[in-house]
Design a protein around this ligand. Sequence first.
Ligand code: AMP
Length: 253
Amino acid sequence: MNPIVLQTPEEMISTRATLFGKSIGFVPTMGALHRGHAELLKQARTENEICILSIFVNPTQFNDKKDLDNYPQAWQSDFNLAKENQVDYIFLPTYQNIYPDQYRFKIIETDFSKSLCGKSRPGHFDGVLTVVMKLLSLTGPTRAYFGEKDYQQLRLIKEMVAAFFLPTEIIAVPTVRESDGLAMSSRNVRLSPVNRQIAPTLYHALTKSATAEVANSHLQNAGFQVDYVTDFNNRRYAAARLGEVRLIDNVTI
Ligand code: AMP
């Protein structure tokens, strides 16, 4: 069966009302879907009666306009991947649909969101938390699925859900990688062929270096512009640029 596409909040809310009493698994994404997203959908499909996918490239979480303008879009293959994974509904809103308030109202976390990626991407997590709050309000899921690839995001969302007593369980899904170790990401298609060869070094430097400092110099030697490599709470986080593309990854230590 084809997934049903819903565009407006009104359509999402009235559809949600017809699903009363059913367990709902929700997977929010920005589209250009790959095997990482598919893993989230598979888990949502298995664990719930209804599976909802959202596709929305959220402008408020981009601090770099060029990154937003170049963000890949792939509606037809996204739709096919959703169908293959037996998604019931695809929520596909516009900016106006999601921000009728023109982003006057925001969710702001004042501590962890200011470190790591928050330092070099001011306002990024305000945008992420705000859009996730709006999407959770509209879809009312039993469970929502997030990737460990964006571990800082995952942690902040778990903490936001607890802070606001939201009745949704946040499920963490392990990072899906290419066979050479590179974490799958929609942005990987923007790597030049040469940088695509270098990119897996990010994962290998994180896992094989004794300290964050060693990993950092390893990455610089390989040609990365390193934003940070930081050990925090038994996890090593990194963000680094190859050309125009900013890659992030994290591993347990
Ligand atoms: P995005 O479309 O990049 O905003 O990602 C949507 C969701 O998919 C987020 O929860 C991401 O953490 C998750 N995700 C993206 N890439 C991967 C991956 N390689 N493995 C697991 N989850 C991922």
